[in-house]
Write a protein that binds this ligand. Structure first.
Ligand code: HEM
Ligand SMILES: *[C@@H]1O[C@H](CO)[C@@H](O)[C@H](O)[C@H]1NC(C)=O
Ligand SMILES: *[C@@H]1O[C@H](CO)[C@@H](O)[C@H](O)[C@H]1NC(C)=O
Ligand SMILES: *[C@@H]1O[C@H](CO)[C@@H](O)[C@H](O)[C@H]1NC(C)=O
Ligand SMILES: *[C@@H]1O[C@H](CO)[C@@H](O)[C@H](O)[C@H]1NC(C)=O
Ligand SMILES: *[C@@H]1O[C@H](CO)[C@@H](O)[C@H](O)[C@H]1NC(C)=O
Length: 326
């Protein structure tokens, strides 16, 4: 048993190392090629190492990018700690008790500061780490342009304006993605991120126990799945974590998210709602039948997300520590 487990890990590691080499040539713009030639390799290696130890960090890093980029752009505002006069994004709604992976970024930053001080921004680290994380678990890869600058402020109240809540319906989601320049199709594509990772029972409690239909189960949820979810989520046990997508085993990046949506097994209301409109249902069908369509559009969507409202040298800085402004 131990041997088998060990062997599996060895093979997984070999695949990870192979992928690490495979994605390097994708990068067109290497901003610190001269100042910090090892930067991308260091990020890639450290992400692989972190995920090898704990595969759940792959999902954490992907989400970190979404929540950073949607709130005032990809500027590492999500990484700043709160201080005595200000509650920062990380401690606000949608992030607190839920966004994870901060220590991975801290460790990478520390390693980079040791080889090339104040050269690689925390904002770039998030984007590179998220890309490398998804490639490492069998997902697609995409190009990352570097050169983002870090925010000098972070405000928790911004989260409410920009981070979509799990209860959101199709029109609210469309509106929130449109305000960031994303189409409905791109929104459905990027939601495929929920192929991996976790949520918590508290966020689906009203779907399982206080719906409007028989047994108080949300009528849009597959009844068999609802029974399974009720088994995992006792009423009131709001902080219990559970997989967003058990079909993928939680951390294998594939198109099973869409297969599940079509079987009424989208776990959050914001997932289930995606197939209530023709445009969403159409993409779900395409993705379910053709994983390569999902992969290529997800990669494009992530690349676009990576370049959202990027700050330049006048607007930002290169932090020394990702948790504090200089
Ligand atoms: C469409 C609107 C979206 C909503 C309403 C939404 C909401 C949520 C919620 C409520 C969770 C569970 C949090 C928890 O229980 O701790 C979650 C997890 C996650 N979300 Fe989203 N999300 C959306 C889109 C996205 C996008 C676009 C991405 C990335 C491209 C993403 C990536 C993730 C990942 C990877 C997780 C798992 C995190 C982990 O395991 O730590 N989500 N999302
Ligand atoms: C607290 O954080 C805010 C916003 O990030 C920043 O503008 C302010 O300078 C910080 N205050 C202290 C005392 O560090
Ligand atoms: C969607 O949600 C918004 C905000 O919660 C609400 O105002 C709107 O009526 C809802 N739309 C539909 C079609 O249910
Ligand atoms: C929701 O359902 C639970 C369990 O069935 C019940 O204890 C609770 O009172 C219900 N709450 C509301 C507001 O209906
Ligand atoms: C609630 O969830 C925790 C895990 O987060 C578990 O240890 C505990 O047994 C659960 N309690 C109930 C009443 O199901
Ligand atoms: C940075 O962007 C701002 C706003 O778009 C612009 O006014 C400024 O000239 C830019 N600075 C540099 C150094 O590109």
């Amino acid at each position: 048993m131990t041997m088998y487990f060990h062997l599996r890990w060895t093979i997984t590691t070999m695949i990870l190392v192979f992928l690490a080499d495979a994605y390097a040539p994708l990068d067109p713009v290497q901003f610190y090629k001269k100042e910090c030639p090892r930067a991308r390799r260091i990020v890639g290696d450290m992400v692989l190492e972190a995920i090898r130890r704990d595969i759940r960090l792959s999902a954490a890093l992907l989400r970190l990018q979404f929540h950073d980029c949607f709130v005032r752009g990809c500027d590492a505002s999500i990484l700043l700690d709160s201080n005595s006069t200000n509650l920062a994004e990380k401690d606000g709604a949608g992030n607190v008790f839920s966004v994870r992976g901060y220590e991975v970024i801290d460790n990478i930053k520390e390693a980079l500061e040791a080889v090339c001080p104040q050269t690689v921004s925390c904002a770039d680290i998030i984007i590179l780490a998220s890309r490398d994380a998804i490639a490492s678990i069998g997902g697609p890869s995409w190009s990352v342009t570097s050169g983002r600058f870090d925010a000098i402020a972070s405000y928790a109240e911004d989260n409410l304006r920009f981070l979509p809540p799990p209860s959101a319906n199709f029109s609210l989601l469309s509106q929130m993605f449109a305000q960031k320049g994303f189409s409905e199709r791109e929104m459905v594509v990027l939601s495929g991120a929920h192929t991996i990772g976790i949520t918590h029972c508290g966020l689906i409690q009203n779907r399982l126990y206080n719906g409007t239909c028989r047994n108080n189960i949300d009528p849009t949820l597959d009844p068999a799945y609802a029974v399974e979810l009720r088994r995992q989520c006792a009423f009131g046990n709001v902080s219990k974590p559970l997989l967003l997508n058990p079909t993928s085993g939680g951390y294998s990046f594939d198109s099973s998210y869409y297969t599940n949506l079509l079987r009424n097994r989208g776990i959050l209301e914001s997932d289930a709602t995606l197939i209530t409109e023709a445009s969403g249902r159409e993409f779900a069908l395409e993705a379910a039948f053709s994983p390569s369509t999902f992969f290529s559009e997800f990669a494009s969507g992530m690349e676009k997300l990576s370049n959202l409202e990027v700050k330049n040298a006048t607007e930002g800085e290169i932090r020394r520590s990702c948790r504090f402004t200089n």
